[in-house]
Structure formats: structure tokens, C-alpha cells
Design a protein around this ligand. Structure first.
Ligand SMILES: NC(=O)c1ccc[n+]([C@@H]2O[C@H](COP(=O)([O-])OP(=O)(O)OC[C@H]3O[C@@H](n4cnc5c(N)ncnc54)[C@H](O)[C@@H]3O)[C@@H](O)[C@H]2O)c1
Ligand SMILES: O=P(O)(O)OC[C@H](O)CO
Length: 344
């Protein structure tokens, strides 16, 4: 089967390798013709994923028409803020109605607050859509390190097709019908990973990071539920699973960016130093606005918004988080308090 992967960053490269290893024909599109020419010649993408060979039936191109022509699956692997402009450049006449769109980027659009499924649907309302997400760093997937993903779609057939296309002995793919939950889990965990990086950069320890991860998934699920996601999805691979890997891995750009911020590096300089997409920086903006619109409490997100967009000091933000009004741990506090009342 011909599969087009649009986006020659590190994740696109790792996924092309999986597809080639699984025996598919792959078309790999990037916007920079100089870069695609080098990848075509060398079969390596040295800037984004060093040392990974792309062997197999591969076309590397900067021509979008040629990439999607005859493809049965189109994988969107560019930074999430670029998805709309990429979709606007696709020639719809070349994409038949049975083509499945697969999104692997993790973000929420600035301004519109749309998830990627909503953006894809606005361009291609009749096509099936799958989000493929979960705890997966490109460096490890391309090295064949055992990894798990979630293929989520409103269509069971499409979710299972993508499960089949990507599965192999080192990549196990589960299915899940909760597209909203899978998309939000992948996007919102980057906020908490960025916070975990700041915590490390400030010299805090494991206790602080465990607190951020646990209270982080609580506020992610709170916003998710208000947007129609299922709570259970946030306990799965695309929720807590991806949160754990991103908050703890040295591969994570979000965490590394956060560490620089915690060490006092200004935002622009830190973005430049990472030199790859730091999705969490943009998602904090979208999620903070969404939380205001929905009236959902997201204390960690709010403090990160203050640090990154309003120039507040990270230590002052931590102090504010620690000294907030005292709370009961569980969302179902009223129920828990009833248990105490009955006992007394
Ligand atoms: N790297 C990983 O391990 C990993 C794993 C899972 C998901 N993701 C997600 O995949 C997405 C891509 O991440 P990445 O790691 O490949 O990022 P990257 O920084 O390595 O590459 C981003 C790619 O997007 C392209 N791009 C940016 N703006 C564009 C535009 N306007 N038009 C066309 N192309 C554009 C860049 O040229 C580059 O090829 C992100 O949403 C990320 O969260 C990454
Ligand atoms: O490197 P990051 O922080 O963008 O994270 C990459 C993936 O989302 C991890 O699953």
C-alpha cells in the first residue's frame, strides 16, 4: 500500500522507517527541496534523526501532488500550527474519498482552539480520520525499542486499518474510539512536561515532578471532560502514558525547553536552542484560553501561561501553586466528605 508521510521532521522520519520496515511503499514529503534531495540521495535525515537509514520502497519529494498521488493513507506529521496551511495546499482532486487521514501531531490550534481532527474535517469532511498517539519518542521508535501507540477514530475500520499498517514486533498499536480524549491527552501532556522541565531547571526533585504529573493529569482530564472526552482515556497510553514519557525523558523537547526556562534562559533563546518544534509552548496558550472559556480550573497551566507569556518568575509561580486555597484531592470531593460525615 502507498502511504504518504507529510513532514520531514524527526517523527515523520521515524514513522517512514516503520512503514518501510513493514513492507509499505512510502512517499515522504518536506517543504524544503534542498532537504528532500539530500534525504533522497543519502537515505538519511541527518538534521532530525541521526543515524537512521531509510531502506525500502521510498520516494522523497517536495512536490505535494506527487506525494499524495495514489496514496491510500496520508499521514500529517508537521508541527500542529502548520497543519491548516498544509491542508490548504493539498490538491483535493488527487485524494479519493477512501483515503484515510492520520494525524500524528500533538497540539491545539492557536486562535481557533481547534483540535487537529476539527481542522482536517473542515477541509475533508467525507474522509475517515485517525489520530495516532501515545508514549513514543522518534529516537526510540527508529531504534526498534518496544513502544506502544493508540489508533483512535470514529470509524472502527479506519482505527483497525492504521493499527495493522503500523504494528510490528517492536510497535504495538491499540485502538480507542475516543478521538477527543486521545487528541487532548497528546496535546495537553506537553504543558505538564514543560512544567516538569522547569521544575528540573529550578533544581527541584522527584517529589515535585511526581506532584506535577499527578495533579497535571487531573487538570488535563478536567478540561478533557468539559470538551467531551472520556475520563478513562486519560488513564491510558495517550494520557498518563505519554505524560510519563514526556515528563521524564531526556529526548523530550518540551521538557528540555522547560529546563532552560527554569535555568533563567529567555523564551526566544530557549526556543532557538531547541531548534525543533516545542508544541507545549503554543498549547499552553490555547489551553489557558480554553480553560477560561469553559470555566475549568487549570492551576498548573495558568501559572505556566504567566511564566511564558506574562514574564512572571517561575519561583513565584511555584509558591502561588503551593499556597493556593486548600483542596480535597478527589474530584468527587462531595462524595468523599459524605463518607467522613457518615463515620462521625
Ligand atoms: N519527535 C517525536 O518523538 C514525536 C513523537 C510523537 C509525536 N510527535 C509530534 O509530531 C509533530 C511533529 O514533530 P517532529 O518531532 O517531527 O518535529 P520537528 O521539529 O522534528 O519537525 C517539524 C516538521 O514540521 C515541518 N513544518 C513546520 N512548519 C511547517 C509548515 N508551515 N509547512 C510544512 N511543514 C512545516 C518542519 O519543516 C519539520 O519537518 C509534533 O506535533 C510532535 O508533537 C513527535
Ligand atoms: O519531544 P516532545 O516533548 O515533543 O515529545 C515527543 C512525543 O510527544 C512523546 O510521546
Amino acid at each position: 500500500m502507498k502511504i504518504a508521510v507529510l513532514g520531514t521532521g524527526s517523527w515523520g522520519t521515524a514513522l517512514v522507517k516503520v512503514l518501510l520496515d513493514n513492507g509499505h511503499q512510502a512517499a515522504f514529503w518536506g517543504r524544503d527541496p534542498q532537504q528532500t534531495e539530500v534525504i533522497e540521495k543519502t537515505r538519511h535525515n541527518a538534521k532530525y534523526l541521526k543515524g537512521v537509514e531509510l531502506a525500502g520502497d521510498l520516494e522523497v519529494t517536495s512536490d505535494l501532488d506527487s506525494a499524495v498521488l495514489g496514496a491510500k493513507v496520508i499521514v500529517l506529521a508537521v508541527a500542529s500550527q502548520a497543519i491548516r496551511s498544509l491542508l490548504s495546499q493539498l490538491n483535493a482532486a488527487l485524494i479519493s474519498e477512501d483515503v484515510v487521514f492520520v494525524n500524528v501531531s500533538k497540539g491545539i490550534e492557536l486562535g481557533t482552539h481547534q483540535r487537529i481532527s476539527e481542522i482536517v474535517h473542515s477541509f475533508f469532511p467525507k474522509h475517515k480520520y485517525v489520530v495516532l498517539s501515545g508514549p513514543s519518542h522518534a529516537e526510540e521508535v527508529s531504534a526498534g525499542i518496544p513502544t506502544t501507540l493508540v489508533s483512535s477514530s470514529a470509524s472502527r475500520g479506519a482505527a483497525e486499518l492504521i493499527q495493522d499498517v503500523f504494528s510490528n514486533e517492536s510497535l504495538r498499536v491499540y485502538t480507542n474510539p475516543d478521538v477527543i480524549g486521545v487528541e487532548l491527552g497528546g496535546a495537553l501532556k506537553n504543558i505538564i512536561a514543560l512544567g516538569a522541565g522547569i521544575s528540573d531547571g529550578l533544581g527541584f526533585g522527584d517529589n515535585s515532578k511526581a506532584a506535577l504529573m499527578t495533579r497535571g493529569i487531573a487538570e488535563i482530564a478536567r478540561l478533557g471532560r468539559s470538551l467531551g472526552a472520556s475520563s478513562a482515556t486519560f488513564q491510558g497510553l495517550s494520557g498518563i502514558g505519554d505524560l510519563i514519557v514526556t515528563c521524564t525523558s531526556l529526548h523530550s523537547r518540551n521538557r528540555r525547553f522547560g529546563m532552560l526556562i527554569g535555568q533563567g534562559v529567555p523564551v526566544e533563546a530557549a526556543l532557538k536552542e531547541i531548534d525543533m518544534v516545542v508544541e507545549g509552548y503554543y498549547t499552553i496558550h490555547s489551553a489557558y484560553e480554553l480553560s477560561q472559556i469553559k470555566g475549568v480550573e487549570m492551576p498548573i497551566t495558568r501559572e505556566l501561561f504567566r511564566v511564558l507569556y506574562e514574564g512572571e518568575g517561575a519561583r513565584e509561580s511555584v509558591k502561588r501553586l503551593m499556597l493556593r486555597g486548600k483542596k480535597h484531592e478527589l474530584e468527587e470531593a462531595a462524595e468523599a466528605l459524605k463518607i467522613w460525615d457518615l463515620a462521625e
